[in-house]
Design a protein around this ligand. Structure first.
Ligand code: FRU
Length: 420
């Protein structure tokens, strides 16, 4: 049954959220979209808008594949100073930056598109704005998912990219000419260091100081690991951004890897642009099995938006999350408290939650997704664990929808997103 307040397309396939931004009095959500099938295919950017972040109106498709390839993930920014010349100060252009993915190479390059009505988008005639061809030295096979952020340290804009096992930073003053300013290696900073996707960079206050958070999705060779995680998941780092590159703080490096979500179904999550708070939303699926799950007219859903904060715990600084919609009364919210040693069914027969002394354990029914046999017998697909960062009882808030549950345990320090 269709989820009541988690976004899915009316028809067709969706994956990563793209270009999320508050502009023209509305929240905009773009997404990886293949309208003609319920499986991944030639990627477009679908588009939906909302006034309250829980009811979404689907708009016309924003970007279609072209000569440079499919339209892979990216982001949006509001050009309030009209540095691009695509709009005006009175009518700022929304500028989208995305990866043009040409299957032949495969070649991944970065392109831009713009709009002043925020519905109809024009591709820039000078695309790609960041080239990457096999003939060029420094060619990178995986070079994608630009997230543009306003650079409040040195001015202009920074685009954060996933480049193989690295994160790269580019700078621009006009959104058309870009220059590399730095890179960050997750694997050398206490995190996992294989293929990165969909990075994001944003700042948060903690103890009166500003910290930057570098968030990313990862695809990991699970045969090299024995920690029970699936191949696809997200990790984050906190530290400093000097306007050119990101440096993880010592505490972060020592505690890593750090996870924004301990459940299986939150991938490619990034934050909205042009909002005062950091509000994150992700694709509530996992590449490991999404193509094996039952679907009729549409496939893929998004998490609810979550406000992100950075808090000090006994284990060090950790991200903390709470659902962020205008009116929570329209959601099925279940609140309770569990003492260490207690276990509770969250959705009868489908999902349970247990708090031990120092762990939270979520168990999902093995029958999900019903027709995939064998694969789900592995614990990694139905038992999800996180280490606790606080002592004592756990305050839990659970948001239940038809096929998706979001669990915020320990006041939002331990989050699990699970399809059911
Ligand atoms: C992540 C991802 C991105 C890419 C997109 C293609 O889920 O693989 O790296 O841009 O999906 O649909």
């Amino acid at each position: 049954m269709r989820n009541r307040y988690h976004f899915s397309a009316k028809k067709g396939w969706i994956n990563d959220p793209n270009g999320m931004i508050f502009a023209g009095g509305k929240y905009h959500l773009f997404y990886q979209y293949y309208p003609d099938d319920i499986k991944w295919g030639p990627m477009h950017w679908g588009h939906a808008t909302s006034c309250n972040l829980s009811d979404w109106d689907e708009q016309e498709t924003a970007l279609f594949p072209d000569d440079l390839g499919m339209i892979f993930s990216g982001s949006a920014i509001l050009d309030t100073e009209n540095v691009s010349g695509f709009g005006s100060k009175e009518k700022p252009a929304m500028v989208l930056m995305y990866t043009s993915h040409d299957n032949e190479g495969p070649t991944e390059q970065q392109s831009i598109a713009y709009s002043t009505d925020y519905i109809h988008f024009e591709k820039y005639e000078g695309n790609p704005v960041i080239k990457n061809t096999p003939e060029m030295s420094g060619y990178k096979k995986d070079f994608r998912d630009p997230k543009i952020v306003k650079n409040t340290v040195i001015g202009g804009f920074t685009a954060v990219f996933a480049s193989g096992d690295k994160i790269e930073f580019y700078h621009s003053d006009d959104l058309k000419n870009w220059e590399k300013t730095g890179e960050f290696l997750p694997g050398e900073n206490g995190g996992f260091g294989e293929l990165c996707e969909c990075p994001d960079l944003f700042s948060l206050e903690c103890d009166g100081k500003t910290y930057y958070v570098l968030l990313m999705s990862q695809a990991i060779d699970t045969s090299k690991r024995d920690d029970g995680h699936l191949k696809f998941f997200m990790q984050y780092f906190y530290g400093d951004f000097d306007g050119k590159t990101f440096t993880a703080s010592e505490g972060c490096k020592k505690s890593g890897p750090l996870y924004p979500d301990f459940g299986p179904d939150n991938y490619a999550a990034v934050t909205f642009a042009n909002m005062r708070e950091a509000v994150m939303l992700g694709w509530a699926e996992n590449w490991d099995y999404v193509n094996d799950t039952i679907a009729t007219d549409y496939q893929g859903a998004m998490t609810l938006p979550r406000k992100v904060s950075l808090v000090e715990t006994k284990e060090g600084k950790r991200l903390c999350f709470e659902v962020y919609v205008s009116d929570k009364t329209s959601l099925d919210v279940r609140k309770f408290s569990l003492n260490p040693g207690e276990k509770r069914e969250v959705v009868a027969g489908k999902l349970s939650l247990e708090v031990t002394g120092d762990e939270i354990i979520v168990t999902r029914d093995k029958a999900f997704p019903a027709h995939v046999s064998g694969k789900l017998d592995e614990d990694a697909f139905h038992i999800f664990k996180s280490k606790r960062f606080i002592d004592g009882s756990s305050d839990v808030e659970v948001i239940v929808d038809e096929g998706l549950v979001e669990i915020f345990a320990d006041g939002g320090l331990n989050v699990f997103t699970c399809r059911i």
